[in-house]
Design a protein around this ligand. Structure first.
Ligand code: FES
Length: 367
């Protein structure tokens, strides 16, 4: 039918078309009508979030690039310049932004940072409450405006996140205050805290805590799922996050007591395991052996392959040794720590990376 209107296409086809769109176009589409607005809030369209890049006009929304790839130098420098300009503007309350004649570099820097802050707030208040359960990765590296409170809100709204990149941001330990409560760290595979100078052992402790209930094997598993809903009260394909209480113990009670105990144990192990494969604390100079010890406890980090402790000035070979013995999957070539420590795998580990990095703590900076 040559007269067919786009609104007559089945929602499945519309969703397929929406998959070709980036975040900016999806937001535009969501303003067309109510059903498009619902459709644009489908979780599978929002798996990978890059608010810092989006605020600067780069609307990539595919999976994160190779983790060993260094970011573009000019990009990093311009983000740092923007952060500085934004902070200076904050401190000087008398500056009248409307009075800026001409687009000077610092004006552009400030508007980029402001755009980023607004985008983050919109994300937290309008998008994540609908799609948070489907979000897999959030890259906030080099953000000049992300706060600890925002990270806390993001983690609460995205319980199934597997990658979080906070490289060179100003976040503090309080970003992870409610972390173990929500159990986010149990799906987390990649955590990059490079250059987060305010992060201390407290965060590592939080990272190591099982969510409440898992120690006691409550047997109740909270699961988020997403499915299209059609029918009364829900037009078209709407995102509907349904929390299912899977009453595991009921299943256990149907079998003999020893078998039930065995199933409970299996459940406990499965849901308290740590899936972290990549951890960078490069430049987190406040971290000590006590923090490393928390990571080594309760089964350590069984699948950790990449560990960067460059610039952690207070750790010693004792803490390193303890942690390494609890990380059986660690790869020598992806293991970094201060060149002055004669620690584990000294001959094969990759040494300190912060020597090349002018803006992270390193005992040899300036040599
Ligand atoms: Fe010692 Fe970098 S922290 S060489």
């Amino acid at each position: 039918n040559a007269q067919a209107h786009i609104s007559q296409l089945p929602t499945e086809i519309m969703l397929r078309l929406f998959r070709y769109l980036g975040p900016e176009d999806l937001c535009r589409c969501s303003q067309v009508c109510r059903s498009w607005s619902e459709l644009a809030k489908t979780g599978s369209l929002w798996r990978h979030l890059y608010p810092v890049r989006w605020a600067r006009g780069d609307y990539y929304n595919g999976p994160p690039a190779d983790q060993d790839q260094e970011p573009d130098d000019d990009w990093v420098k311009s983000c740092q310049k923007e952060g500085l300009a934004y902070q200076e503007r904050d401190e000087d309350a008398d500056v009248d932004e409307s009075d800026v004649s001409g687009q000077t570099d610092s004006y552009k820097a400030i508007t980029n940072a402001q755009r980023e802050k607004k985008l983050l707030n919109d994300l937290i208040h309008h998008l994540l409450p609908a799609v948070g359960g489907s979000v897999k990765s959030i890259v906030l590296a080099y953000s000049s405006t992300v706060s600890s409170k925002m990270v806390r809100q993001i983690l609460n709204l995205c319980p199934n996140i597997s990658l979080l990149d906070l490289t060179q941001t100003d976040v503090t330990d309080s970003a992870f205050d409610s972390w173990s409560f929500y159990g986010a760290c149990h799906s987390l595979e990649h955590l990059d805290l490079s250059g987060c100078e305010k992060i201390s052992d407290y965060t590592l402790k939080k990272l190591s805590e099982p969510p409440p209930g898992h120690e006691e094997a409550s047997g109740v598993h909270l699961q988020a799922e997403e499915r299209p809903v059609t029918g009364d009260g829900c037009s078209g394909l709407a995102l509907c996050r349904i929390y299912t209480l899977s009453l595991y113990l009921r299943m256990c009670s149907a079998v003999t007591p020893p078998a039930a105990a065995c199933l409970q144990q299996e459940y406990r192990t499965e849901h308290s395991k740590r899936s972290l494969r990549f951890l960078s604390l490069s430049g987190c100079y406040q971290v000590t052996d006590a923090g490393l010890r928390s990571l080594s406890q309760r089964g350590g980090l069984p699948v950790l392959e990449h560990l960067n402790l460059s610039g952690c000035l207070f750790i010693t070979e004792v803490g390193l040794q303890e942690l390494v013995s609890a990380c059986p999957s660690l790869k020598d070539e992806h293991f970094y720590y201060c060149d002055n420590i004669n620690g584990p795998l000294a001959d094969t580990a990759s040494g300190c990376q912060n020597l090349q990095c002018g803006f992270r703590a390193c005992c040899r900076s300036g040599e």
